[in-house]
Design a protein around this ligand. Structure first.
Ligand code: FAD
Length: 402
């Protein structure tokens, strides 16, 4: 049986799930992550470089379930179900819009908690080696070799051979850059004119300050505040707004009058001093989306997750789609092996030709689907910030000439 060796670049949400899937198929897996191991207490804050929590939906849970129903069950113990969105009008009135009459819902989960769980899961498979502090530098895909800099050893070069190189290295993927240089990939990257800043809302009297089973939205037409619950009874609130408005507030401008005018109920719950301090201290993130096609290079390289299709966060589907990438590829591999008469189609090794067919089919179907969801995510920003809106507020702003 030919040995199959995969190098996975990126130990984020998608890379760590992909490591589990390949290992379960019996591949030898080397996962390289440029950051230190965030499971170690001294590095724990590194996982929170972006949103502190995110929404996991059926699309993402399905990928966990296919790998191992027990893993899905463990994740479900860590989430907070959000059955609908709660719209906050300017006068403080709240109205619930349920997502589904049959009770289908999305779930808030901590980003760091989920990455740690998936890294632990990957490390538990025989054949998986996790390499932290290793930065992907370049690859010769045709020769099946990837080169990393060992950041713990002054960037010392490490060359690794692999049958397949997986780029799960996020929106600014260097693996994708190297694939682009082969001259066979279409690619576009677009920044939107809005950015974001995160805030926190502490518990009140030991309990959640708002209903924890909703995704809270303060839609204000051209901008919005949202809040997702955390297990420690806090909420993470995110302000999405055009850069022009961030700039109008000035680098050290006082955000409190702005909150008082547009989110007075949230401000009362968050506290003026805290809002002021967090606005000054927290980074302002940019938002972009990526489309590329194909997602693969021959039978030697494949992009998964944000590396293939970074999207704006308004559909809550970036990670979910990345998980679905991993599940889709696995389903295609299984089907190809089944068609080849392999009884053990979940673990048998693919020939080079079968792998090529699997990657071609994966790219042909997935690049169309992910391009569509990238567009839907963009459209959902208008839905969230304006279409669910408090019309009385908009009408008044219109009369005020805003
Ligand atoms: P990443 O999470 O970016 O991980 C890539 C990993 O690769 C990182 O660990 C990085 O350190 C590593 N890496 C990068 N370069 C190299 C290199 N050269 N060598 C080695 N390692 C490297 N998605 C949802 O599904 N639901 C949500 O509710 C949601 N909310 C969001 C809110 C915000 C504000 C933002 C910004 C995003 C949100 N997303 C959400 C999107 C989600 O965060 C991404 O889709 C998800 O993180 C993608 O995972 P990934 O593993 O593909 O990439």
């Amino acid at each position: 049986m030919p040995e199959r060796r995969v190098v996975i670049v990126g130990g984020g949400l998608v890379g760590s799930l992909a490591a589990c899937y390949f290992a379960k198929r019996g591949w030898a897996v080397d996962l390289f992550e440029k950051r230190p191991d965030i499971r170690r207490p001294e590095h724990s804050s590194l996982a929170e470089h972006r949103s502190i929590n995110l929404a996991i939906s059926e699309r993402g849970l399905s990928a966990l379930r296919r790998l191992d129903p027990a893993l899905e069950a463990r994740v479900k113990e860590l989430v907070i179900p959000m059955h609908g969105r709660m719209i906050h009008a300017l006068n403080g009135q709240q109205s619930s819009q349920r997502y589904d009459v049959f009770g289908k819902h999305i779930n808030s989960v901590g980003r760091a908690t989920l990455i740690r769980l998936l890294l632990d899961e990957a490390a538990g498979y025989p054949g998986v080696t996790l390499h932290f502090c290793h930065e992907f530098l370049h690859a010769d895909f045709d020769a099946g070799q990837a080169v990393f800099g060992d950041l713990a050893r002054a960037g010392e070069r490490v060359a690794v051979d692999a049958d397949l190189i997986v780029g799960a290295d996020g929106a600014f993927s260097r693996v994708r850059q190297r694939m682009l240089s082969k001259g066979t990939m279409n690619y576009s990257q677009t920044y939107i004119e809005h950015g974001y800043c995160e805030f926190s809302m502490a518990p009140r009297h030991g309990d959640f300050a708002l209903d924890p089973n909703h995704l809270h939205i303060w839609p204000r037409g051209t901008f919005m505040l949202i809040a997702l619950p955390n297990p420690d009874r806090t909420f993470t609130c995110t302000l999405f707004m055009p850069w022009t408005q961030f700039h109008a507030l000035g680098a050290d401008g006082d955000i409190v009058p702005f909150f008082r005018a547009h989110f007075p109920d949230a401000l009362r719950l968050m506290g003026e001093d805290k809002v002021r301090a967090e606005y000054a201290a927290h980074p302002k993130g940019s938002l972009m989306y990526v489309k590329c096609s194909p997602h693969t290079y021959t039978n030697r390289a494949v992009l998964l997750g944000d590396a293939a299709h970074a999207m704006v966060p308004f559909y809550g589907q970036g990670m979910n789609c990345g998980f679905e990438d991993v599940e889709s590829l696995d389903r295609i591999m299984t089907r190809i092996l089944r068609e080849a008469g392999k009884a053990d189609n979940r673990t048998a090794a693919l020939t080079g030709e079968q792998l090529r067919r699997a990657l071609d089919e994966y790219s042909a179907t997935r690049s169309v689907d992910t391009s569509a969801i990238v567009d839907l995510a963009l459209e959902n920003y208008v839905e969230m910030r304006a279409k669910v809106v408090d019309y009385a507020y908009l009408a008044r702003k219109h009369l005020e000439g805003l």
